[in-house]
Design a protein around this ligand. Structure first.
Ligand SMILES: Cc1cc2nc3c(=O)[nH]c(=O)nc-3n(C[C@H](O)[C@H](O)[C@H](O)COP(=O)(O)O)c2cc1C
Length: 155
C-alpha cells in the first residue's frame, strides 16, 4: 500500500512516532517526510496518508495546520487517512488550569483528522495521541510500540 507519513517535530518525539509507524507499515512502500520537506507530487498515487504533529497550544503546529488547510479540495479523494499527535502527560502535578484547558480545547489529532476528511480522505483509524513526559520528551515508555500497534488496526 503506497503510503506517506508526514510529520512536524520540534524536539524529535513526533518524528520517532512517525518512524515507528513507517517501520510497522513496511518501509519499502512508505515515505516518511517532514512537512517542510514535502515536494509537490508526493501526494499523488497514494493509498494511505498519515499526518502527525506535536500538540501546541491545544492544536496542531502552525505549519501542520497551514499544510493541511492548503491541500486542494478533493486532494485526498479515495485515499485512506489517519492522524496522530504527541502531547504532554497530564497528571496531578500538571497545573489545574492547563488540565482544564486541555479538557476544553483538546489536542492536535482530532482537528487534523477533520481536515483530512474535509479534503476527501476516508478515515481508517481513530485519531491517536502519544505521550511525552516533558515538553522536549522523552516519549513515555511503550509509546513507540503503541504507535506500531495503532497502525496495524488499518482495514
Ligand atoms: C509552546 C508549546 C506548547 C505546547 N502546548 C501543548 C498543549 O497544548 N497540549 C499538550 O498536551 N502538550 C503541549 N505541549 C507539549 C508538546 O506537545 C510536546 O512538546 C511535543 O509533543 C513534543 O513533540 P516534538 O518532540 O515532536 O516536538 C506544548 C509544548 C510547547 C513547547
Amino acid at each position: 500500500m503506497k503510503t506517506l507519513v508526514v510529520y512536524e517535530s520540534f524536539f524529535g518525539n513526533t518524528e520517532k512516532i512517525a518512524r515507528a509507524i513507517g517501520t510497522a507499515l513496511g518501509l519499502a512502500d512508505t515515505d516518511i517526510v517532514r512537512v517542510s520537506d514535502l515536494k509537490p507530487g508526493q501526494l499523488t498515487g497514494l493509498e494511505l496518508f498519515i499526518a502527525g504533529s506535536p500538540t501546541r497550544a491545544f492544536q496542531p503546529s502552525p505549519e501542520t495546520k497551514t499544510f493541511l488547510k492548503g491541500l486542494p479540495s478533493g486532494a485526498l479523494n479515495g485515499v485512506k487517512v489517519a492522524a496522530f499527535d504527541t502531547r504532554a502527560v497530564m497528571n496531578e502535578k500538571t497545573p489545574g488550569i492547563l488540565r482544564f484547558f486541555a479538557g476544553l480545547f483538546g489536542y492536535a489529532a482530532e482537528p487534523m483528522a477533520k481536515m483530512l476528511i474535509k479534503k476527501g480522505g476516508t478515515q481508517v483509524l481513530a485519531p491517536a495521541g502519544f505521550f511525552v513526559l516533558n515538553s522536549e520528551g522523552p516519549l513515555k515508555e511503550g509509546e513507540l510500540e503503541r504507535a506500531a500497534e495503532w497502525v496495524k488496526g488499518i482495514q
